[in-house]
Write a protein that binds this ligand. Structure first.
Ligand code: ADP
Ligand code: MG
Ligand code: MG
Length: 209
């Protein structure tokens, strides 16, 4: 099927980075309330590393753009660094074309979710990034099967991630540092899930622009 528009990977990465920069403090605050407070710093460090990589590698394909993001996260500490690093590595691998088709993108998202779950051993409801990524991957797969408009599919995917992230507020964590604080973290959105929602909102926005 037809590829996502030319420059999609570049626009996605730039839109995502802008969103992370806008929300670094919010994400840091969530991790202060439900974790150890380093999530904002971890995201900022991954961004810095990815930007340096991009400035030297000058990526021209979707795979090259997403690989730079993956490397940025893989070089970062915290639990989220390696997990997002592996997540983006699967997305980078989802196509060998300059831009992925919606089906490639859907496969990449599902493979990214699978690798996060393999390494993190988290299920939906454990109050992690999986709570945003799983409904997003499921929604996109269903939309791709239905062969609808790619923009609408990405909007629905982002909405599913946002809803999943918001739902983590009412949960008590079963994985990650938030699980150490138990009830204290109830009422707080999981920062990794919030970041995953930003990532998928950025994909929808990158398609629309
Ligand atoms: P750390 O807890 O090591 O300080 P970060 O602050 O970088 O890690 O990232 C915290 C986020 O990582 C959480 O909000 C959660 O979404 C995610 N996370 C933590 N543990 C897991 C896990 N086992 N599986 C999936 N995601 C996890
Ligand atoms: Mg932390
Ligand atoms: Mg930490």
């Amino acid at each position: 099927d037809a590829a996502l528009p030319a420059g999609f990977g570049e626009r996605w990465v730039n839109t995502m980075f802008a969103a992370f920069l806008d929300h670094t403090e919010t994400l840091a605050d969530l991790d202060r309330r439900a974790g150890d407070g380093d999530f904002g710093a971890n995201i900022a460090a991954a961004l810095r590393r990815a930007r340096t990589d991009i400035a030297t590698e000058l990526p021209t394909s979707y795979t090259a753009w997403l690989t730079a993001v993956s490397r940025g996260f893989l070089g970062t500490g915290g639990t989220s660094g390696p997990l997002f690093g592996m997540f983006f590595r699967e997305l980078a691998r989802c196509t060998s074309d300059p831009e992925p088709s919606p089906a490639d993108f859907s496969r990449g998202l599902s493979a990214g979710l699978a690798t996060v779950q393999r390494y993190g051993n988290a299920e939906v409801g454990h109050k992690t990034m999986v709570d945003a990524l799983a409904p997003a991957a499921e929604t996109l797969a269903a939309r791709v099967d239905a062969a609808g408009d790619p923009g609408e599919a990405l909007d629905a995917t982002a909405d599913a991630a946002v809803k999943g992230a918001a739902g983590t507020a009412s949960l008590v964590a079963k994985r990650g540092r938030a699980s150490y604080v138990g009830e204290v973290a109830r009422g707080v959105v999981d920062p990794g899930a919030a970041a995953a929602a930003l990532i998928l909102q950025a994909a929808a926005a990158a398609y629309a622009n």
